[in-house]
Design a protein around this ligand. Structure first.
Ligand SMILES: C[S@@+](CC[C@H](N)C(=O)[O-])C[C@H]1O[C@@H](n2cnc3c(N)ncnc32)[C@H](O)[C@@H]1O
Length: 416
């Protein structure tokens, strides 16, 4: 008999100690035959534990005299405390189930400890965080970077990052019967669902809708491909924006580029699901166009570069565990190389939309500032996104504003 708490601990273990992303970790650990309600509970509990990890761990650590070295017992305690202070579960169920799970995890020696520490922690409602990391449930370096980049918005961003995100749809079939929700005046295809758990399985499989945050839905209109344009989506998987470009303007020649073959398979699935057709799908390196680009340069290029994903952490709370300060510089260097290479295959008079789901200026306006300095043949085209902040270059959507993800866009034009 499978135990949901045991499975949840094993998922968290994969993320926190095996450095696996949460989605593959869930796939890896959860048996296929698991009932949907159990799967949903484990998914919710593991996401909420990752969102609130530092504070939940600090809450129980107050009641131990020496550190608990056993990683599964540590996670079991953190996950159980999350059930009380985030998920509102009743105390007796939390303690009983944690003790049972402790035995099933093969940690019989720790049952007394788990019982005692949990009872103390659940009664301790006056907890005061001792560090910024505990207060905001983010690594210290991340908090510092946000404070530096966005002193007026950092606190709101940190709080938004810890919330469950809403469900946004991009509607392809206007006749489709959508779950309860609302339109967005700036985004004709967007639908913000009232319930993030709305049942949309049939709408997805029919190709009536796609799941896509409102912030990501600006890309197509900002790049604004015209009929007859030759367009490249240079970092395309899983293909959300490629498909949107084709929905936005069916009469374009769209080339789709992606480095990872298994991720390109996701683009293919999405195109097929939505009954859309791209001109060419290329598994190749955006840094090396000389290896795959022939003929005419492009009229429009979408460059949704690999980034820290610091704007979408509410959807990917595992990033708070997996992302390290040292990852940012190599990402910035990679983005710079990709931007440099892609700028070479844009037509004179053509437009390139640079996009990230990052909140860090090094990946966004500073990246663009450096590029423009070295490329006098490029200029920035002013764009306006409702609710976004205009910085030195481009527009930054702040996580949580208009219920959207954190996103950055800058539109560049090559001179004729
Ligand atoms: C932010 S994601 C793109 C999301 C996508 N535009 C969408 O809306 O569905 C960045 C993608 O770039 C890919 N990538 C990373 N380095 C690349 C490179 N050198 N050339 C092409 N693609 C690359 C990654 O594998 C990843 O799929």
């Amino acid at each position: 008999m499978k135990n949901n708490r045991v499975l949840c601990c094993q998922v968290l273990y994969q993320v926190c100690y095996k450095h696996q992303h949460i989605k593959p970790a869930l796939q890896h650990v959860l048996p296929v035959e698991l009932a949907p309600q159990d799967r949903a509970w484990i998914q919710n509990c593991s996401y909420q534990t990752l969102r609130n990890h530092q504070q939940m761990q600090a809450r129980w650590q107050k009641f131990v005299t020496k550190p608990i070295k056993d990683q599964l017992v540590d996670l079991l305690l953190t996950m159980s405390v999350t059930q009380k202070f985030v998920m509102d579960a009743p105390d007796h169920a939390i303690v009983n189930e944690a003790v049972k799970a402790c035995k099933k995890l093969g940690k019989k020696w720790a049952t007394g400890l788990v019982n005692k520490v949990l009872k103390n922690t659940l009664n301790d409602t006056d907890f005061v965080p001792q560090t910024e990391a505990q207060k905001y449930n983010h690594p210290e370096w991340w908090i510092k970077q946000l404070n530096k980049d966005w002193p007026e918005h950092a606190q709101a961003v940190l709080q938004a990052n810890n919330q469950k995100p809403p469900l946004w749809l991009r509607v392809k079939n206007p006749q489709a019967k959508l779950p309860r929700g609302q339109k967005n005046s700036a985004l004709p295809q967007a639908w913000l669902c009232e319930e993030s758990s709305a049942d949309i399985g049939h709408l997805l499989s029919n190709g009536d809708v796609s799941v896509q945050d409102g912030a990501a839905q600006y890309a197509a209109a900002l790049l604004a491909p015209q009929a007859g344009d030759k367009v490249l989506d240079a970092c395309a998987a899983p293909g959300g924006k490629s498909c949107h470009l084709l929905e936005y303007q069916a009469h374009i020649t769209l080339d789709v580029l992606e480095l990872e073959a298994d991720r390109m398979a996701l683009v293919e699935q999405n195109l097929k699901r939505l009954k859309l057709k791209a001109h060419r799908l290329m598994v190749a390196d955006a840094e090396r166009p000389e290896l795959w680009h022939q003929g005419e340069p492009y009229d429009k290029i979408l460059l949704d570069v690999p980034c820290s994903a610091s704007g979408v952490v509410r959807r990917n709370p595992d990033m708070k565990v997996l992302r390290q300060a040292g990852h940012i510089k190599p990402l910035v260097d990679l983005q710079q190389c990709i931007l440099e290479a892609q700028s070479q295959i844009l037509k004179p008079g053509g437009r390139l939309l640079y996009a990230t789901c990052s909140m860090f200026k090094a990946e966004n306006e500073r990246q663009i500032a450096r590029f423009l300095k070295g490329h006098p043949d490029f200029k920035e085209i002013t764009i306006t996104i409702p609710g976004a902040i205009t910085g030195k270059h481009g527009q930054q959507l702040i996580t949580g504003v208009n219920q959207m993800d954190g996103f950055y866009y800058c539109l560049l034009e090559r001179s004729i």
